[in-house]
Design a protein around this ligand. Structure first.
Ligand code: UD2
Length: 327
């Protein structure tokens, strides 16, 4: 049976993949440096995985992590456009140096395949819609450049060293366990948390920017399929992973408010630096080569996500009440 390595295993997407692999009875090595990942994301399965606390920037640690592994899901990264503008060096080190270290370690260890978390930000603003993988990239932010460099490195390691590589360009993934409480959090988690706390979210710009928001379970499916699809169909390639359906931020805000019963109108602020206006995927290549077929649509994804944050919110309130009573 294959041994899997998941990097960023305690993060949002990495933890979903780790849980899915454990459910399938696979042998999983889970790597995280816990800079943004949380141990609680691996609750219930920590006894069933080989958990390694190590940083992608540490080449020796990557060599150890890759020993005996056949398939890697490389999710570890600092995934934020604004963070990469605020602190490009730290973001570069995690996203480019980290990916390079992992590829080098994988090559030396004879790993068979690496499935990589690429980003829709690679398209930038110039491409016609929907965006297809054959279009020339136009990254704008340092983060978009870094994620694209990772794709190029993967392609090179396939062409030159025969390491099977598959890059999945994620389009704004959302769902339970996405961190809501950092200034760099994804918009969905951030808005839900703020609405639950009765704070007022701020839409950057006029809210008419759009995203092909994609529920996490679709991404898990895409990764599992990318791990086992025949090499002649997928190795060295890049695939859009999305729902193929854009939604504006205004629309998203109002849907969330409706589901949550939140009454305040949005506040608007200045547009965010490095922001993309429209992001909308053609997913036919992934359908054809991976057999990818998104099963949870946008609205159902929103409902499931809101339900999860509501439960967490209620748990937190109960704990606070208990603490008040015992104080
Ligand atoms: C980019 C990538 C995405 C993924 C992600 C990193 C694009 C199109 N997408 O997401 O695929 O790689 O980076 O996790 O490049 N916003 C507000 N108010 C807030 C926060 C955000 O209005 O408080 C807006 C923001 O300006 C943007 C949208 O919401 O227009 C989505 O922002 P995000 O940070 O969730 O994700 P984005 O699109 O940078």
């Amino acid at each position: 049976m294959a041994v899997y390595l998941v990097t960023g295993a305690a993060g949002f997407i990495g933890s979903w993949l780790t849980h899915a692999l454990v459910e399938r009875g696979e042998t999983v090595r889970a790597l995280d440096n816990f800079s943004t990942g949380r141990r609680e994301n691996l609750a219930g399965i920590s006894g069933k995985i080989d958990l390694i606390g190590a940083d992608l920037r540490n080449a020796d640690a990557m060599s150890k992590a890759c020993a005996g592994v056949q398939i890697i899901f490389h999710q570890g990264a600092l995934p934020s456009v604004p963070l990469s503008i605020q602190d490009p060096r730290t973001s570069h080190a995690a996203n480019i140096d980290g990916t390079f270290n992992l590829l080098e370690a994988a090559r030396a260890a004879g790993v068979q395949r690496i499935v990589y978390a690429a980003s829709s930000s690679a398209y930038g603003n110039k491409n016609p819609l929907p965006q297809q993988e054959s279009m020339p990239p136009g990254p704008i932010s340092p983060y978009a450049v870094q994620k694209l460099v990772g794709e190029l490195y993967l392609r090179s390691y396939w062409e030159i060293f025969g390491l099977e590589t598959v890059a999945l360009r994620y389009f704004n993934i959302f769902g339970p366990r996405q961190a809501p409480d950092s200034p760099y959090s994804g918009v969905m988690a951030k808005f839900i948390r703020m609405m639950l706390d009765n704070d007022q979210p701020v839409i950057f710009g006029d809210g008419e920017q759009s995203r092909d928001f994609t529920y996490i379970e679709n991404v898990v499916q895409a990764n599992l399929k990318a791990a086992t699809a025949p090499a002649e169909k997928v190795a060295g390639r890049v695939f859009n992973i999305a729902c193929g359906e854009p939604h504006t931020l205004n629309e998203t805000y109002h849907l969330l408010a409706e589901i949550l019963g939140y009454k305040n109108p949005p506040q608007y602020g200045p547009p965010r630096e490095g922001d993309i206006q429209h992001s909308y995927a053609d997913i036919s290549a992934a359908r054809e080569a991976l057999g990818y077929d998104p099963t949870v649509d946008f609205v159902e994804g929103l409902r499931r996500t809101v339900a999860w944050y509501q439960e967490k919110h209620q748990e937190k309130q109960k704990e606070m009440k208990k603490a008040e009573v015992s104080a």
